[in-house]
Design a protein around this ligand. Structure first.
Ligand code: BV8
Ligand code: ZN
Length: 291
């Protein structure tokens, strides 16, 4: 009896290791590149992971914290209503970090792939990121699903403007320190960024889609249009847990598109994809997209 339960236990352990190995094993790159070669329309859907190698913390990794807050708890209209000062310090910090960051080999491989295939394939980059690194890498056909750190929107007249000032206002100079022991945020609202349109003067907010807010309908329509006709979709550096972006690739697969995931570890969506390439995308993307 005792021996057979040992044998059973060993069988269970080796089965889970084998399963884990198959899950974690990268797929056949040559086969994937054959699909890419014949594709007429390609979408590359990116998340925070593509900027990790540029030194920008991801949302849900260890770097997802700023002071004692989960980044996603500050990216909400409620947080901004409760403390616009705290939320502006958080975004000021991210503006400064992203401005000092450089696009990495993953961003550059995508921009290069786009350029090489101009006039041959329709290539669309749909990003969940707000750091602006795809554009700085040279990407042209870019859809920023969740807005951009360097755009503001007036809470009163709704005017959207590009603003790359560093700092965005005097009161935020030398503010935004990420250390967990920094408590509270006390910048008076009148010292936070305000609209310069005559007779408006409304408080500005980052032009970013926060949790619980709808995406811009035009942006969503552009993304859905690209997803509705692509032959191949690369899903790069995203945990695929944020909606509606998390639905895009599985929906495309349902109508026959080929999905390939590029991540450093499997995600809840990995089993749904045709291909899974494990590793930092600064390494795997140049291989996948090279000539
Ligand atoms: C909305 C801007 C409705 C903020 C962001 C079902 C349907 C619809 C909505 C929901 C739903 N279920 C839940 C919701 C609500 C919510 C949601 O999805 N919540 C989740 C958490 C469950 N969705 C929303 O609120 C959306 N709004 O649906 O509204 C509506 C409609 C009409 C009217 C009113 C309301 C809005 C979501 C947008 C939120 N804003 N960003 C900011 O940046 O400050 S999302 C935020 O998360 C970032 O943009 C980030 O990019 C994004 C997704 O995260 P990831 O990019 O995946 O980043 P993460 O850290 O999670 O993962 C990184 C990955 O990279 C990891 O897998 C890691 O392994 C990998 N990686 C790390 N290093 C590398 C790497 N991979 C490769 N190479 C490496 N080197
Ligand atoms: Zn205004």
């Amino acid at each position: 009896m005792f021996l057979s339960s040992i044998r059973l236990f060993n069988r269970i352990v080796s089965e889970s290791i084998r399963l884990n190995m198959t899950l974690r094993q990268s797929s056949d790159m040559a086969k994937f590149r054959d699909h890419l070669d014949v594709a007429k329309e390609v979408v590359i859907l990116s998340g925070a992971g593509i900027s990790a190698e540029s030194g920008i913390p991801t949302f849900r990794g260890a770097g997802g914290y700023w002071r004692k807050y989960q980044a996603s708890s500050l990216a909400t209209p409620e947080a901004f209503h409760t403390s616009p000062s705290l939320v502006w310090e958080f975004y000021h910090y991210r503006r400064e970090v992203a401005a000092k960051a450089q696009p990495n080999a993953g961003h550059l491989a995508i921009a290069d792939y786009e350029k090489r295939n101009e006039g041959k394939k329709k290539i669309t980059i749909i990003t969940q990121n707000v750091d602006g690194l795809h554009k700085r890498a040279g990407t042209i056909n870019l859809i920023e699903l969740h807005g951009n750190l360097y755009k503001t929107r007036c809470t009163k007249c709704k005017e959207v403007l590009v603003n790359t000032d560093s700092p965005i206002c005097e009161a935020l100079a030398n503010r935004g320190a990420p250390d967990a022991n920094v408590v509270g945020s006390d910048i008076p609202i009148k010292s936070l960024p305000h609209c310069k349109i005559p007779n408006c003067g409304g408080l500005l907010r980052p032009h970013i889609v926060w949790f619980g807010e709808g995406l811009d309908p035009n942006v969503l329509e552009q993304a859905e249009e690209a997803m509705s006709s692509c032959d191949v979709c690369l899903v790069v550096g995203t945990s695929s847990v944020v909606y509606p972006a998390a639905m895009f690739a599985p929906q495309a697969a349902q109508r026959g598109a080929i999905d390939a995931e590029f991540n450093i570890e499997p995600t809840p969506a990995t089993p749904d994809f045709h291909f899974y390439f494990e590793g930092p995308c600064g390494t795997t993307l140049p291989t996948a997209l090279s000539n």
